[in-house]
Design a protein around this ligand. Sequence first.
Ligand SMILES: Cc1cc2nc3c(=O)[nH]c(=O)nc-3n(C[C@H](O)[C@H](O)[C@H](O)COP(=O)(O)OP(=O)(O)OC[C@H]3O[C@@H](n4cnc5c(N)ncnc54)[C@H](O)[C@@H]3O)c2cc1C
Length: 442
Amino acid sequence: MPTRLHSWGLRTALSEFREPAFLGDLRFAKAPLSTLAVGLGRSYGDSGLNDGGLAVSTLSLKRLIEFDDFGGLLRAESGASLYELLQFLVPRGFFLPVVPGTQYVTLGGAVANDIHGKNHHRAGNFGHHVTRLELLRSNGERVVCSRDEHAELFRATVGGLGLTGIITWVEIRVPRIGSSLIDQEIIPFSSLDDYFELSEESDSTHEFTMSWVDVLSSKGNELRGLYMRGNWAPSGERAFYPSGRVARVPVKLPEFVLSTSSVKAFNSLYALKGRMQSGASQTAYRPFFFPLDAVSDWNRIYGRRGFYQYQMVVPPAHARDATRALLNEITLSGEGSFLAVLKHFGARESDGLLSFPREGVTLALDFADRGAETLKLFERLDKIVFEAGGALYAAKDARMSPAGFVASVKGGHGTLREFAKYRDPALSSSFWRRVMESEASP
Ligand SMILES: Cc1cc2nc3c(=O)[nH]c(=O)nc-3n(C[C@H](O)[C@H](O)[C@H](O)COP(=O)(O)OP(=O)(O)OC[C@H]3O[C@@H](n4cnc5c(N)ncnc54)[C@H](O)[C@@H]3O)c2cc1C
């Protein structure tokens, strides 16, 4: 009996659904049905959906397998969430090498999208810290791959959108921490040039950097934002912070919540709060890395139609002009975004064939789904991104064109042909069929 599944942006799919309890119970669907492993469903668009196929949830496969606290090496089943891993690691004086904006993603999902965090300029992507992983292929083979063994399959799997096999376990190197506290600094800024200056100055002094910007305040070079930077506090408490009580979004929100004037008011309040908290302070890791986790189901704020997240990266040579052009285009459209995130990616080359991060500036923002108007705006934004030699992030996407996907993969058609050699033919996703089963396929 097919089940309706949805992504974080509330894109939906009807799929057969299974949640095996043990690695030995993992099965692929019988042809012609395709299979996709799924984690906590935190991908925004359709890359974690498999409409008309089988979705295999890994959420019961979350056992810790090994931990070497001398070398800082952790091996766990792929359905373990970063939250569960932190619960184990933090009291022992370790953390994860890279974390995204939520701790509710699985190890498998973190590898399949080769995720990035606030320390990209220092630590690179999640995949850079993976030492080995095991893949279950549809022919029944279990393949352990690393940079030394089956290195090409490893490169295809990191950032490989779950299409090279079901990842059963992952081994990662985890860094030591002196405390679970962050020495943070919040600096309000008022122009895009200020942002670039702050970023240049902070990337060498701070392990974690990012900024929040109010796109509705953007006019020419003017841009209101809060620059946040931090380092681990060398000593202090070493505590895991459990989820505890979280606020919930009511099921039915009145229409006015998403009007441009409400978004403007929200952003002004947030800016004011930021200005009041500006300066140096010490904070627990949880509000610093995962502020949105404080509101459960916040994705429902956009109503039943859901929303899109648009995340792009543009190379350093065009970063300033392309970012300005994107912000201006969004302001002109009047389509608001509650929180937009602006950050510099460092120069470290991604290991994954299809990995998204690359040197440059990345901007990520949410848009309520207002149908054709929103999609037309994205086409105008795509033009700016691709003319600047930039790329879009598949984990956030529900609408890029096949040509846009080819442009977003480093090396384009050549890389996709290479990837095809390692893809497991029994695996597919709604995203993959949308961008690959068309004239743009290599
Ligand atoms: C609030 C929020 C903030 C975020 N911030 C960031 C950020 O800062 N940086 C960033 O990079 N991303 C960010 N993301 C996106 C998120 O990190 C990725 O989409 C991540 O991959 C989600 O993991 P998941 O467990 O929910 O996987 P799902 O969304 O369920 O699946 C994602 C992909 O992983 C594959 N997959 C999952 N498990 C396996 C497995 N065992 N074997 C093979 N393939 C598998 C799926 O097939 C799919 O292709 C954010 C998302 C949210 C909601």
